[in-house]
Design a protein around this ligand. Structure first.
Ligand SMILES: [Mg+2]
Length: 284
């Protein structure tokens, strides 16, 4: 689905919800056994119907109208930050791209947070403190709207749940060691965006320093990914998100040759990345 996001952005040279939705649904039709969640399969089937006139409607109808708050919208969102240089565009299109499958604010706000993290990582040298301060500032604004407050309350969460977890990350980073059990309790390793996007951000930030449990010959990007996997749970998704942030920050120099060989469609990805960069530069 990350590939569909970037292919759509490159084909249309901008965000186009109808084109992106069609690519999601057609990709599912081609390879239905790639581990899609049951809920999202219903959305794809509706999107494939000729009767579908509003591409956001199938996602809105999910779970009796409550919408999904899973991490799929966040997992695939990095391409938005690689195309749009303006932070308001990043927020707007991260939200819309996620809403094609995740209409609960706890789903699409996770996508906004992940997209903001990739955007900030692309700006280069930033301290952990200013990275987190900027994310908290944006998310306190994003999460203050009526729907975000209502969705969080309906699910039994406190107000501004992503912002609160970002503050918890700040506390963790001030400690010399944090047991994994504390990370799992506070941030999680699950399939909900709220229980995985903050975990990916924490993994990226903690891996700016060394890790006594990970040998020193692994670089920062590798440490971020290895740490996510060591937490268990929804490892592929959380490592994907941490890897996208770390990749934006450190660049391809930190992707070891041995990993390139084991990565699906690496050469195609490299080509697409160059095209995304050209599109990004056009807006500067
Ligand atoms: Mg997963």
């Amino acid at each position: 689905m990350s590939r569909s996001v970037v292919q759509s952005l490159l084909a249309k040279q901008e965000f186009d919800e109808v084109d992106m939705a069609r690519r999601f649904a057609e990709e599912y039709k081609k390879e239905p056994n790639r581990g899609y969640g049951m809920g999202v399969v219903t959305v794809f089937k509706k999107l494939l119907s000729p009767k579908c006139s509003d591409v956001f409607e199938p996602a809105r109808a999910q779970f009796n109208g409550k919408g999904s708050y899973g991490n799929g919208g966040a997992m695939r969102v990095a391409g938005i930050s690689l195309v749009y240089s303006d932070i308001q565009d990043v927020k707007k299109f991260a939200k819309l791209s996620a809403e094609l499958t995740h209409s609960n604010s706890l789903g699409y706000n996770g996508a906004i947070l992940q997209a903001l993290a990739v955007h900030l990582a692309l700006q280069g040298e930033l301290s952990r403190e200013s990275f987190l301060e900027q994310l908290i500032g944006h998310m306190e604004d994003v999460e203050a709207d009526d729907k975000s407050l209502a969705d969080a309350r309906a699910l039994g969460f406190e107000d501004l749940p992503f912002s609160r977890r970002l503050k918890k990350i700040k506390e963790f980073l001030e400690l010399s060691t944090v047991p994994k059990s504390d990370v799992l309790f506070e941030l999680g390793n699950g399939v909900a965006a709220l229980r995985s996007v903050p975990t990916a951000i924490y993994s990226f930030l903690r891996s700016m320093g060394s890790d006594p449990d990970i040998p020193d010959h692994y670089n920062n990007l590798q440490r971020a990914i290895i740490y996510c996997i060591s937490l268990g749970g929804d490892t592929d998704t959380i490592a994907t998100m941490a890897g996208a942030i770390a990749g934006a920050y450190y660049g391809e120099e930190q992707v070891p040759a041995s990993w390139e060989q084991s990565c699906e469609a690496f050469q195609e990805t490299e080509k697409v990345a160059n095209s995304l960069y050209e599109l990004y530069c056009q807006q500067l």
